[in-house]
Design a binder for this molecule. Structure first.
Ligand SMILES: C[S@@+](CC[C@H](N)C(=O)[O-])C[C@H]1O[C@@H](n2cnc3c(N)ncnc32)[C@H](O)[C@@H]1O
Length: 321
């Protein structure tokens, strides 16, 4: 399979889904169990849940036909059948683009290559601080060093397909440039998402009015870093709305359920990872949820990337060439 053919298939799918109002991204949250206890998240520890078989996720992927399939959770690497799930979701023409979102606590070098071979196109590895403060924030001792040693092991790999993903909040916003610097040193990309209080109700992780001038300066520095080193995925559109979110505590016109949606561990559907429901089809979500959705309380990466206007889709792809 040539990557040109895959890229054309993905672009075709993107245009078709845009016109037919089908999702750009579907997040398969294959377990709500997690091996971390993150300060910004309500998940953590084991969850007694019904889990669908890999064949069921593959069937849903074919039905929804997203451009991007995110495999997430909880911690998706806790599923022993993860490799099968990825193999079954991947089509022979290379679609969809599969991103594994993980805290990397279980990501050995061997597992990294196994998952890549199975069909993972991108690894989104969570990183909230550019040093051992990450371990404390995630409740996983030694996690930062574990990630660092994986990066050293695969240093020579040309096509790493890795982005570090940091959730911007009041505790780490002064470290956003050092995080991008760390990604540069490790030869990988950096992506930023925006904190939401919807998981934990903790308002103290929102950036305060007093800190906004300092935060805006950090974003200006990040934009300069992005231009210079080209290793930051985050769109200028996302940075602009991230500032608006912290300033106004809202970004209106959420398109959850249309541009993106979530598959729960048991194979039922939710409009997003923060509003868990048990819908049986996207049609049902459109009927029961979309018309009445007034939620404005997040601007996470999945929302930002799925709702990005065409102008930015074009600008971002030109910049990435
Ligand atoms: C729920 S985790 C699941 C995947 C995996 N366990 C991980 O940590 O990457 C998916 C992403 O959500 C982010 N996240 C958790 N709580 C959040 C919050 N309150 N606001 C925004 N993003 C959050 C995590 O940092 C992670 O990047």
């Amino acid at each position: 399979m040539s990557s040109l053919r895959t890229n054309l298939a993905l672009a075709g799918r993107g245009i078709k889904n845009y016109v037919t109002k089908r999702p750009f991204c579907v997040s398969f949250e294959i377990t709500y169990s997690c091996n971390a206890k993150c300060k910004h998240c309500h998940l953590g520890g084991p969850v007694d849940e019904e889990r669908a078989a890999p064949e069921k996720y593959a069937e849903i992927a074919r039905e929804l036909n997203p451009v991007v399939a995110q495999i997430s959770g909880g911690e998706p690497m806790l599923r022993r059948d993860l490799t099968d799930i990825i193999r079954m979701i991947k089509n022979p023409n290379g679609t969809p683009y599969i991103v594994l979102t993980t805290n990397a606590a279980l990501l050995s070098t061997e597992k990294y290559y196994e998952l890549k071979e199975a069909g993972v196109d991108g690894f989104s590895i969570s990183l909230d601080f550019p040093d051992e403060r990450h371990d404390d924030f995630r409740g996983v001792p030694g996690l930062y060093n574990k990630i660092q040693s994986l990066m050293e092991d695969i240093r020579e790999e040309k096509n790493k397909g890795i982005a570090l993903s940091g959730v911007v909040n009041s505790q780490n916003f002064r470290d956003l440039v050092p995080m991008a610097q760390r990604a540069l040193e490790w030869g990988v990309y950096m992506n930023y998402s925006t904190y939401t209080w919807l998981r934990t109700d903790k308002m103290e992780y929102m950036i305060s009015k007093t800190d906004m001038p300092a935060f805006k300066e950090v974003i200006a520095n990040l934009l300069a870093f992005k231009k210079r080193h080209k290793n930051i995925y985050t769109s200028d559109y996302t940075f602009k709305n991230m500032i608006a979110f912290f300033e106004n505590q809202e970004v209106p016109n959420c398109r959850a359920g249309e541009k993106f949606l979530v598959v729960n561990p048991d194979g039922s559907l939710s409009p997003c990872g923060l509003i868990i429901k048990k819908y049986s089809s996207q049609k049902e979500i459109k009927k029961e949820f979309l018309e009445t959705n007034t939620c404005t309380a997040c601007f996470t990466s999945i929302r930002a990337n799925s709702e990005k206007p065409v102008k930015y889709l074009i600008l971002d792809s030109i910049r990435s060439v």
